[in-house]
Design a protein around this ligand. Sequence first.
Ligand SMILES: Cc1cc2nc3c(=O)[nH]c(=O)nc-3n(C[C@H](O)[C@H](O)[C@H](O)COP(=O)(O)O)c2cc1C
Length: 213
Amino acid sequence: MDKKNLSGENFRDQFYALLASRKSIRAFDPKLPSKEVIERLLQAAFQAPSGKNRQNWRFFVVTGQKREEYLQLSQKSWLGIKDILEKRLKPSLYQFTERFFFTLGDAPVIIFAYSHNTPDERYHTSIGSVYMAVENLNLACLVEGLGCCTMGAPLEISKEVDQFLGVTELPEYKSGELELLCAVVLGYPKHDPPKAPRQTEGRVTWISEAPEV
Ligand SMILES: Cc1cc2nc3c(=O)[nH]c(=O)nc-3n(C[C@H](O)[C@H](O)[C@H](O)COP(=O)(O)O)c2cc1C
């Protein structure tokens, strides 16, 4: 890749603007992105850093009829999370979220992200590596004109998801090393929600050896 295009003020500003424009999308056009596009998203994920460069992410891509079948499981995951959300969300947002769990916003693609945890790496490092890849995937969606929402909800029913995907047959699953971390639902966006506000207070502590003059 030509590095000249990846430097300078223009590139910097565009990069930060890209990060600022990322937001979770929960309503999609059912049109399926091409396989070529989905493969570019995965290639972007593979560019992420990982502990000891183990690249311990594993992705399972679900589309078509299998996606339809997954909706039944998604509805079940709602039961595990609805009581918490009822207390935290205002009624309109609660209803939107409930509908989202039932339809996944018509997202035509669901990518399940797993971590392959092996004894040669610390558990949290393995997990963190996979989430770095998932963030790359989120950003790649943006530049492809796609939207996505990363979802922890499938963890409510992780054993059923493992079976649904056939992951349970894999030797690394049988040895207890494969763990579902999240799903990313994606497709062409059908809404443009406001950016969720960011908080900076209390998030950063600067440790300085001497006060600045
Ligand atoms: C690990 C993780 C799990 C999440 N799980 C869900 C989920 O189950 N359902 C959902 O609607 N959004 C989920 N989200 C999206 C967050 O709600 C969203 O990122 C957050 O509200 C900030 O909004 P933004 O992504 O638009 O900036 C999840 C995000 C992350 C990173």
